[in-house]
Design a protein around this ligand. Structure first.
Ligand code: NAD
Length: 487
């Protein structure tokens, strides 16, 4: 057994130096596939640690913003190269720390490399427009400028990609950053920060402070010198952060939960739809904000779809994500495991019919937070399992007669992140694009999966309405000066 005492302890990264917290306390991160194993320790930081990081970021930003976009981009290109050399090592840490299978962890880490290169290139692209003035001897233009210090608060489910898709655009537009990752995956995030350190950024431009959400996350939301907070995580935490930052006049961006539907129309390619429900709903153990959790199927193909789905789901191998052949790893933590189990119990109590999974798989090699891929039948929209985000390997099957009914049902939740439809009918496709309440609209493709160069974000309670990724990130990480020059 690995104990906290003989496990590597990761430090905060403040003003270009690795530092222990003033608390002298650490938080241990353990392996959800083998709960005896401690993967690493991170600092249980205090508000004083955070103050130091914010101060360093504030100071560093003054010269960072003066570099050209191309110069800032060169730093991001360097991190990308370093991260690329470390993909295998960091992906393995990710699998050990939060349970995602190794191929998925490698895919995510490589995505981090691509995001860094994308935003490195943004340093050479335009940050303003010339606007014709009514005065013919004047020049008027808009210029996007940085916000200052950006606080980034990130979840555990994409511990490489999400910090990078916040840090990289923040930096390229001239902001400095203080990152606070989720403790459940902070060791992985610390290894990403090591890549930033190796790239040789000027001191204080990128800072990393681990600790409790209620201390460091809340501290970033409250800190008067943090000009903007970008958050990804649950709705409960996000809405508090939004209120706190807004109350002091800061800028905020919240990317939160989903309850994503996949609609399966009678004319679709059924095998494609079954595979998309499985991949979109159960990969990463259902722990993606874009996971499909409601499968809405037209009645005359419902039984056939259900049979095919059950057969395939029962064949999925659950195991330690490091082992070859494991299709799905454990839930990421004990808390997550207990939450998912309580939703399964709730589904049974509400009268939904369990037709696959629902319990711990038997004969696992190690003690971990494993759950079988689970399917509920006869789910109605008033049930809790049809309304709340479960964030686990649970699919809810729902039956409809018409496509109008399907879209109405799909929209009957507070969330609006991603939605997909499987059909060959162009009228259904066009109505879906128009009427579905979701930021990501996917036709004949699973709900999960995004491209880094396209805007990402949700409608309704899934987000605070701004978008991340691609060029859209510029909206959040900059503000506009309108310049008028009279000759
Ligand atoms: P969470 O809200 O529990 O934690 C997210 C972050 O907030 C962590 O760093 C945590 O330490 C911090 N935090 C906790 N309490 C805080 C507080 N009082 N003040 C400030 N910060 C605090 O979420 P999670 O469990 O880490 O992540 C899962 C959630 O994230 C799911 O709801 C999922 O849908 C969502 N998510 C959304 C997206 C998206 O882009 N829409 C992407 C990934 C995950």
């Amino acid at each position: 057994m690995t104990t906290a005492a003989d496990t590597k302890t990761f430090l905060n990264y403040i003003n270009g130096e690795w530092q222990a917290s003033e608390s002298n306390e650490v938080i241990s991160s353990s392996n959800p596939a083998n709960i005896q194993e401690v993967v690493g320790n991170v600092q249980d930081s205090t508000r004083q640690d955070l103050d130091k990081a914010v101060e360093a970021a504030k100071h560093a930003q003054k010269s960072w913003k003066k570099l050209s976009g191309a110069e800032r981009g060169n730093y991001l290109f360097k991190v990308a190269d370093i991260l690329e050399k470390n993909v295998d090592r960091i992906a393995e840490t990710m699998t050990r720390e939060m349970g995602k299978t190794l191929p998925e962890a490698k895919g995510e880490t490589s995505r981090g490399v691509a995001i860094l290169r994308y935003y490195a290139g943004e340093g050479m692209r335009k940050v303003g427009d010339v606007i014709p003035s009514t005065d013919s001897s004047a020049l008027m233009f808009s210029k996007r400028i940085p916000l200052g210090v950006v606080g980034a608060i990130t979840p555990w489910n994409f511990p490489v990609a999400i910090p990078i898709w916040k840090i990289a655009p923040a930096l390229i537009y001239g902001n400095s950053v203080v990152l606070k990752p989720a403790s459940e995956a902070a060791v992985t995030a610390a290894q990403v920060l090591e890549c930033f350190h190796e790239a040789g950024f000027p001191r204080g431009v990128v800072n990393f402070v681990t600790g409790k959400g209620s201390v460091i996350g809340q501290g970033l939301a409250e800190h008067p010198a943090v000009n903007a907070v970008t958050f990804t995580g649950s709705n409960k935490t996000g809405s508090n952060i939004g209120k706190t930052v807004a109350a002091r006049g800061g800028k905020y961006q919240l990317e939160m939960g989903g309850k994503n539907p996949i609609i399966v129309a009678e004319d679709c390619d059924l095998d494609l739809a079954v595979d998309a429900a499985i991949s979109g709903g159960l990969k990463s153990t259902g722990q993606k904000c874009t996971c499909s959790s409601r499968v809405i199927v037209q009645s005359n193909i419902y039984e056939e779809f259900k049979e095919k789905l059950i057969e395939k789901v029962n064949g999925l191998k659950v195991g330690n994500g490091l082992e070859e052949g494991s299709w799905m790893g454990p839930c990421a933590s004990e808390g997550q495991y207990n939450t998912v189990r309580s939703y399964i119990q709730k589904g049974l109590e509400e009268g939904a019919e369990l037709i696959a999974g629902g319990k711990q798989p038997e004969n696992m090699e190690s003690e971990g937070y494993y759950l079988e891929p689970t399917i509920f039948d006869n789910v109605t929209t008033d049930m809790v399992i049809a309304q709340e985000e479960i964030f686990g390997p649970v699919l809810a099957l729902m039956k409809v007669d018409t496509m109008e009914e399907a879209i109405e049902l799909a929209n009957d939740v507070e969330f609006g992140l991603s939605a997909s439809i499987f059909t060959k009918n162009i009228d259904h496709i066009l109505s879906f694009i128009d009427d579905i309440e979701a930021g990501l609209v996917r036709i004949n493709s699973e709900t999960a999966g995004v491209e880094l160069q396209a805007p990402f974000g949700g409608m309704k309670a899934s987000s605070s309405h701004s978008r991340e990724q691609g060029e859209a990130a510029k909206e959040f990480f900059t503000t506009i000066k309108t310049v008028f020059i009279k000759g």
